[in-house]
Ligand binder design. Structure first.
Ligand code: HPA
Ligand code: ZN
Length: 319
């Protein structure tokens, strides 16, 4: 049985496997520009974050009804459970759906149909984190937060994702202040393709409690020292970094050095349908390729729960 772990960096739209994409396309009468699942998988050769995002947004066209979002989340949770995930904090991208005429209620209630019963059906507790698309405007992010207000009992926090370079965290100061005032937890992608300064800005301007990716902190020793001192969790995604070419090969990934430096690292699967591995696949890959010893793997698993938004002592002790 795979080691019990929490998944803290997982985009639910990035769990859309080709088989489900075609099934939903058929159900909804959506035409996909690929002959079959094989042809679609062929398209999964990415040069960078943007080339991945183009396909990621394109395939979302098949998600239209509450049931689609329920089926998507249920399929992910079943896979996650089989990979030892006991707790999942799940990102979703409402702006990508609102732009296609799919309402906030359809997305959140659909996801919730699966998430709300996940402890019973899959033995996986869940949280939902709503991400703003950083290549959209700050006004659009504010409107999205507003649209989410009827659903805040379902949403634990806010995040920031999509194309990073040229869209610094400071652009979203106001919406993060508004989210904090609503009692929402805050995270943001920073330092995936963007510079280390974006990590500092996410902490100081947006008040994030965790940094998603944070990989490029390694370029700034002063920042590394701060992240160690403040025990800021980083949700690293090594297989994603390889596929999006932020590292050359998995063997070159700085995870071992980051752990040695005392950083609070977690490993996660990001968009597993696209990047070739779910949670245990990712743990296995870093164990084998980076030769992480058992105590480091235990540390990664422990960090995943410590860095989670599980609050209740009971809930944590049960893990
Ligand atoms: N980075 C930024 N935005 C994203 C990603 C990612 O890896 N996956 C889905 N949206
Ligand atoms: Zn991500």
């Amino acid at each position: 049985m795979p080691v019990p772990k929490a998944e803290l960096h997982l985009h639910i739209e990035g769990t859309l496997e080709p088989e489900l994409a075609f099934a939903l396309a058929g159900r909804n009468g959506v035409e996909l520009p690929y002959a079959d699942t094989g042809a679609l998988r062929e398209a999964y050769r990415f040069q960078d974050l943007q080339s991945f995002l183009n396909l990621y947004y394109e395939l979302m066209a098949v998600l239209r009804t509450e049931r689609d979002f329920e089926d998507l989340a249920d399929a992910y949770l079943a896979r996650a459970a089989a990979q030892g995930v006991r707790h999942a904090e799940i990102f979703f991208d409402p702006q990508a759906h609102l732009a296609r005429g799919v309402g906030m209620g359809t997305v959140v209630e659909g996801l919730w149909r699966a998430l709300g019963r996940s402890r019973e059906t899959h033995g996986v507790s869940t949280r939902l984190i709503m991400c703003f698309l950083r290549d959209e405007s700050a006004e659009s992010a504010l409107a999205t937060l507003d649209a989410a207000k009827p659903y805040l009992d379902r949403i634990t926090g806010v995040g920031l994702d999509s194309a990073e370079v040229g869209h610094p965290p400071v652009k979203f100061r106001e919406v993060y202040e508004a989210a904090a005032a609503l009692g929402l937890r805050r995270v943001a992608h920073a330092g995936e393709e963007g510079p280390p300064e974006y990590i500092t800005e996410a902490l100081d301007v947006l008040g994030v409690e965790r940094v998603d990716h944070g990989l490029r902190c390694v370029e700034d020793p002063v920042l590394v020292e701060r992240l160690v001192r403040e025990r800021v969790p980083l949700t690293l995604c090594p297989l994603s970094n390889v596929r999006l070419r932020t590292v050359d090969t998995l063997a070159d990934h700085p995870l071992p050095a980051m752990l040695d430096a005392g950083l609070m690292c977690t490993v996660n699967s990001d968009d597993p349908a696209y990047f070739g591995g779910y949670a245990a696949d990712t743990f296995d890959a870093v164990r084998d390729t980076l030769r992480l010893p058992p105590e480091r793997l235990r540390e990664l698993a422990r960090n995943s729960f410590l860095a989670s938004f599980l609050e209740d002592d009971e809930e944590l002790r049960a893990r």
